[in-house]
Design a protein around this ligand. Structure first.
Ligand code: C5P
Length: 398
């Protein structure tokens, strides 16, 4: 997603420097080229080697080290950058940038760049609220720097208030936004469900399925990048919430039903990529079920079909479902479009190599209300997600 984009991450000396490690690893996952510049005090909190290992690039701290680039280093990094991000940004670096002081590698590089600059202040509340710092931030903001405001909460020093560096996913989102992704979904509110559900048999056992949530997370992430407000209701997965997405964790189909019904009125697009368990144990035992010498019979009850229920109250919303089939893919999926009152369904053929559970690719057939079938050949789940969102954006509402 950030392939070919060159991001300079400036890390200054605050305890939140450790969070910048996660930011680097998130940006690398999106295929960005990341170069880290640390201030001398940042290098006291986290070693340059950590950032070097994560970014796979030499980390620059000292301006007068032998240069690794053929031009003078601070100039070459300044020219190279598509965007420069300072996270965490201390009161000191903010003060320097706002007042034209360039006395180390980070401040000189920023002084010498024409790239856009993002600043994520992080510090003690009293420092943050200091009028001098507030003036400096205002000044930078007026000069076109993007400021990602800090969160409120418990700070490392024990104080409670404004000053925590926002979650790396928030900074990642502002980088992506700044790099000008198409914002064609601005103003739309999307609800995505993803992952499996778990239906408890007793406190330690459950019924579930092989869904990993990858397809739904890719859809939620792409929709957020394209400017939509995104709610992601997710069953248990090991995936990180994509940048800019509001995520709600649920376990059972019933919990998913309740959360989806609560969010549904706020949304105009709903994409149900979750693999919801159709059945749940009739009784969920409060104590662990003991081994018996005889067979054990488990009685199952039907779970609510969330999508079917949404279809009944759909109104003007766009409703998209997923279908996993092992036989008669198109016929079965087309049947579901009608039964659940969908705009279209994305049908996964579980027999096709590279499609379905636990892989990063998918091949789907999109089947609409008229029975038209569009075959999407094997692509990454993010590419498939974008195609699904493209089709949604092409649906005209009267
Ligand atoms: O009928 P089937 O389970 O194959 O339909 C799959 C679609 O219906 C998916 O979009 C899935 O998220 C949704 N579904 C649901 N609630 C259920 C079962 C499936 O919302 N209980």
């Amino acid at each position: 997603m950030l392939k070919g984009k060159k991001i300079i991450l400036g890390v200054s000396g605050g305890i939140a420097a450790y969070k910048a490690c996660e930011l680097v690893s998130r940006l690398k996952k999106l295929n960005a080229e990341v170069h880290v510049i640390m201030t001398a005090s940042a290098a006291k909190f986290v070693t340059p080697l950590t950032f070097q290992s994560l970014s796979l690039n030499q980390v620059v701290v000292d301006m007068f080290e032998a240069p690794n680039y053929w031009e003078i280093e601070h100039i070459s990094l300044a020219k190279l950058a598509d965007v420069i991000v300072v996270a965490p940004a201390t009161a000191n670096i903010i003060g320097k940038l706002a007042n034209g002081i360039a006395d180390d590698m980070l401040s000189t590089t920023i002084m010498a760049t024409r790239a856009k600059v993002i600043i994520a202040p992080a510090m003690n509340t009293n420092m943050y609220e200091n009028p001098v710092l507030q003036r400096n931030i205002r000044l930078l903001s007026e000069l076109g720097y993007t400021i990602v405001p800090p969160d409120e909460g418990r700070l490392a020093c024990g104080d409670v208030g404004k000053g925590r560096m926002p979650d790396p996913s928030v900074i990642e989102k502002s980088i992506i936004d700044l790099l000008n992704f198409r914002q064609d979904m601005k103003g739309r509110t999307v609800l995505v469900t993803a992952g499996p559900t778990r239906e408890a048999i007793d406190p330690v056992r459950f019924i579930s399925n092989n869904s990993t949530g990858k397809m739904g997370y890719a859809i939620a992430g792409q929709a957020a990048l394209r400017g939509a407000k995104v709610y992601l209701v997710s069953g248990p997965t090991i995936l990180d919430a994509p940048a800019g997405v509001e995520k709600y964790n649920v376990i059972s189909a019933e919990e998913m039903y309740n959360k989806v019904m609560e969010l549904f009125p706020m949304c105009d697009i709903v994409i149900k990529a979750a693999a919801v368990a159709d059945y749940a144990p009739m009784t969920s035992y409060s104590q662990k079920v003991k081994k018996l010498d005889s067979e054990l019979e488990l009685k199952l009850k039907r779970n609510p079909d969330i999508l079917y229920e949404l279809g009944k109250i759909k109104g003007n919303r766009i409703l998209v479902g997923f279908a996993m089939e092992t036989e008669n893919l198109v016929e079965n999926a087309a049947e579901k479009v009608k039964k659940k009152n969908l705009d279209f369904i994305a049908a996964n053929d579980l027999n096709e190599e590279g499609a379905g559970f636990a892989v990063d690719t998918n091949a789907v057939k999109l089947i609409d209300r008229e029975g038209n079938v569009e075959s999407i050949p094997l692509k990454t789940k993010h590419e498939v997600a974008d195609i699904i969102l493209d089709r949604i954006m092409n649906i005209k509402r009267t």
